[in-house]
Design a protein around this ligand. Structure first.
Ligand SMILES: [Zn+2]
Length: 380
């Protein structure tokens, strides 16, 4: 087994930053033995920081090239939160030298929703009522889905085909009974409240029409609801959809359809202040039928920067792409730098716990001990 030593490097172990030390990669894992002498490759880490590989908790990859772009940006695990094409997902999961891919597969939505009519989910993913929830979850189990994604549309939005609260609650209990985590797509304070009332584990997208009120905040605190805000996506929606005349008119008439990015930032702070975890998810996608396309890879660094601009500390933002993401998704073999864990690692110049923009200055990336980005090193 090949051994790689990174010396004189400060380590963000998933929680805090260490003094300069050595980390040794032995095969696929981080070694307990930090003796540099026995290493085949030695990398001088002076002035650099070693971090757990980034976890993108919300994306929609469809090609090998997208996964490569993610890997080059330091992403070592990526969650597909909804794909109409399971064959593509299976093929991507079989690729090597790319981020470890987990997938929700098909998403639950209202019958006839735009996710069925435009995004391409099968008609059977339309959940007809509470009695249909267990069937939907059983179908996902048969597909090999890793988690259950629920689309909660707002009935006040034009063209929506929303699931009702009872159906959402039935989906959550059926998913929990089958041992699944639930992630709900929410687009407004109303749909956030539906997700909270239904006991959803994770909500994704920080609403643009308002921030959580006191009752919602109490539910967030009580349930420990996690959020994946996808601030880059929300900002993109304001720029693209929000600029259209029709949406300006609707926004003026329907308060819930307002589009103000400041509400998304306030929502991030509300979850953080209620003691909940805020995870880093890009919503990277190339689907022309969703409101905004987000590029793979670089968008993770944009998201880290946006979370810090919204009020998180750099360490809180980094945890959201590392230890907190691993904890929420139940990945106990990664998300930290510790002997015995997967060698999913990112080496960057500078200190991103102080200046988040340093996360972009990548010198090396390892996925399960395999180097996917080259760095200057001394071979013995
Ligand atoms: Zn998405």
């Amino acid at each position: 087994m090949s051994r790689t030593a990174i010396t004189g490097v400060r380590v963000f172990d998933g929680e805090s930053l260490s003094e300069p030390t050595a980390v040794v990669i032995d095969g696929e894992t981080i070694s307990a033995d930090t003796a540099v002498d026995s290493a085949d490759v030695v990398i001088d880490g002076e002035g650099a920081t070693l971090l757990p590989g980034f976890i993108d908790t919300h994306a929609h990859p469809r090609t090998r090239e997208q996964l490569d772009a993610a890997a080059r940006a330091g992403i070592t695990t990526i969650f597909d939160l909804g794909s109409p094409d399971l064959d593509t997902v299976r093929a991507l999961r079989a690729e090597t030298g790319v981020p470890d891919l987990r997938s929700a597969g098909h998403v639950a939505s209202g019958p006839g929703s735009m996710f069925i009519e435009k995004v391409g989910m099968p008609a059977s993913t339309g959940v007809t009522g509470p009695d249909d929830a267990a069937r939907f979850v059983a179908d996902r189990k048969a597909d090999g889905s890793d988690l259950i994604k629920i689309i909660i549309e707002d009935p006040k939005f034009p063209g929506s085909k929303p699931l009702d609260t009872a159906t959402i609650a039935a989906l959550v209990s059926a998913a929990h009974e089958a041992g699944y985590l639930t992630v709900a797509h929410v687009v407004s304070t109303f749909t956030l409240r539906q997700a909270l009332d239904a006991g959803v584990d994770i909500v994704t997208h920080a609403a643009l029409g308002g921030e959580p009120d006191d009752e919602a905040r109490a539910l967030i605190a009580r349930n420990g609801t996690v959020i994946i805000p996808t601030l880059g996506m929300m900002h993109g929606i304001v720029e693209t959809v929000g600029g259209r005349l029709l949406m300006k008119i609707i926004g003026a008439l329907v308060p819930a359809a307002r589009m103000d990015y400041r509400f998304a930032e306030a929502t991030v702070r509300a979850f953080r202040d209620e003691g909940s975890r805020v995870l880093v998810g890009t919503d990277a996608n190339d689907n022309a039928n969703v409101p905004h396309q987000v590029p793979f890879g670089e968008s993770l660094h944009d998201e880290l920067g946006r979370l810090v601009a919204a009020g998180l500390t750099p360490v809180e933002a980094l945890r959201g792409a590392g230890s907190a993401a691993a904890d929420v998704y139940g990945l106990d073999d990664r998300g930290r730098i510790r002997a015995g864990l997967r060698a999913d690692l990112v080496l960057v110049d500078g200190d991103p716990t102080d200046d988040i923009s340093a996360s972009r200055r990548i010198r090396g990336v390892w996925i399960g001990g395999a180097r996917v980005v080259e760095v200057a090193s001394a071979h013995r």
